[in-house]
Design a protein around this ligand. Structure first.
Ligand code: G6P
Length: 434
């Protein structure tokens, strides 16, 4: 096994999630020696970067591992010669997420940062920035892997696959979380379970759940052993779940239970605000804690964010690429021919064997025929969104929006598009070219 030491660049390094990642590198240091960790951020994130970077330095010092944590506002310095670049950025910061959630709600549409109009606008803002970062990687670290966590991870990864030469993989914490729950429910080690995921990021269905080689999916769905421990994933109408014959990702609630979810969101808007409002409060608390010079580990309060296990997913992936482990991980990669009815160049979320040369997606054993239409529709909107992000073409953006299953009609799509384009003007130069 290679013992080359590694340089990792984290773009969006001032994120409140960074201590998770640092903890992951510390734990894995014996097997994967990340010696240089570069946290890069933009000018507006200077203060956050300083706070998080200093905490990272204290964590590393406490652990006694020789990881040098560098902070920079010059991302090119971070990227140069890196082995891995991770992107965990939010263009327009939390204020933009807030608009992605609030504006759709004011039109009676789901307001969510990764799906529907919110997800689309997050993609429109993020894709050009990520592609810019890719230009730097192509120039300064052409052999590096870009591991993207920036949401909407599937769309952003597809944009990189289509518009750059950078080797990239998209990551989400949902599959690894499911795997952990499955292992816990059946009381086995994680290495003994293998769920199969069919679909795309935040729109997948678990179509098999192997536990020590035996498929337990039907047992889970029908209420047998393991079900109680698995409750949140199975919290669907029982008849619906049985006839579906698969376990949908939590984000599918926005599609299958749109009215209920919209009602909940509108209720929350009146009390706590949207998730961006909640996250704003959590982040304020986190950065206050991070400032404490006596804090030298990841605080428990970080668990209030939704990204549980994300560092584990990231570190596992880097480790397998580094050490050619050839284990199976669920990743966002180019479809090829895995899902036959989606474009070959689309990004899908699938089980892959991770080799030093990259992930090799595994063929699916089963795709329930009833999920094909929805999957196809959402993927079509995602691909149109990328085209719109790159070209700044309002017509294409309108088509992406109007064909999205969460948009009730054309007039709503038009009104939403106008309002959201205007609200995001500062971050959408492609749409406001003279
Ligand atoms: C889940 C999703 C992530 C998302 C996160 C949001 O974990 O899989 O893609 O980023 O939730 O968490 P937040 O705390 O920002 O709402």
């Amino acid at each position: 096994m290679s013992k080359k030491t590694l340089k990792v660049a984290v773009i969006g390094g001032g994120s409140s999630y960074t201590p998770e990642l640092v903890e992951g590198f510390i734990r894995a240091f014996g097997e994967m020696p990340v010696r240089e960790l570069w946290l890069a951020d933009i000018g507006e994130g200077r203060q956050k970067l300083q706070i998080v970077g200093e905490l990272a330095q204290r964590m590393v010092a406490k652990a006694g591992v020789p990881i040098k944590v560098n902070m920079t506002l010059n991302r090119r310095e971070a990227i140069a010669g890196a082995d891995f670049v991770t992107t965990q950025l939010r263009v327009g910061m939390l204020a933009a997420r807030r608009r992605d959630e609030h504006i759709p709600l004011s039109h009676g549409v789901i307001g969510q940062e990764t799906t529907g109009p919110g997800g689309m606008f997050k993609a429109l803002r993020t894709v050009p920035v990520i592609l810019d970062i890719c230009r730097d990687i192509e120039e300064l670290a052409p052999a590096a892997w870009l591991l993207n966590f920036s949401n909407p991870a599937g769309i952003v990864t597809e944009a990189v696959l289509k518009h750059s030469n950078v080797k990239t993989i998209g990551l989400c914490n949902l599959p690894i979380g499911f795997r952990k729950h499955l292992a816990k429910a059946f009381g086995v080690h994680e290495s003994g379970v293998l769920p199969e995921f069919a679909g795309i990021n935040h729109l997948h269905w678990v179509t098999a759940a192997y536990v020590n080689g035996e498929d337990k999916l039907r047992e889970l769905i029908d209420g047998g052993k393991g079900q109680a421990a698995f409750a949140p994933a199975l919290d669907w109408d029982a008849d619906f779940l049985k006839s579906l014959g698969a376990i949908p990702a939590p984000y599918l609630r926005y599609y299958y239970m749109t009215d209920t979810m919209l009602g909940e969101q509108l209720e929350q808007l009146k009390t706590n605000g949207t998730r961006a409002d909640v996250v704003g409060r959590v982040e304020a608390e986190l950065y206050e804690l991070y400032k404490d010079v006596n804090l030298d580990e990841k605080p428990k309060q970080l668990e209030q964010r939704g990204g549980a296990y994300y560092s584990e997913a990231a570190v596992k992936l880097m480790h397998s690429l580094y050490a050619d482990k050839r284990d199976i991980q669920t990743l966002n990669v180019k479809n090829g021919g895995i899902i036959s009815f989606l474009p070959e160049d689309a990004c899908i979320e699938a089980n892959c064997v991770v080799t030093a040369q990259g992930p090799i997606p595994l063929s699916l054993q089963r795709i329930p025929r009833h999920i094909k239409g929805l999957l196809h529709a959402v993927k079509a909107c995602e691909s149109l969104t990328i085209e719109a992000a790159v070209s700044g073409d309002r017509g294409i953006a309108l088509q992406a929006l109007v064909h999205h299953p969460l948009i009730p009609d054309m007039n709503t799509a038009k009104a939403l598009l106008d309002e959201m384009l205007e609200a995001n003007k500062a971050y959408l130069p492609n749409f406001f070219k003279r």
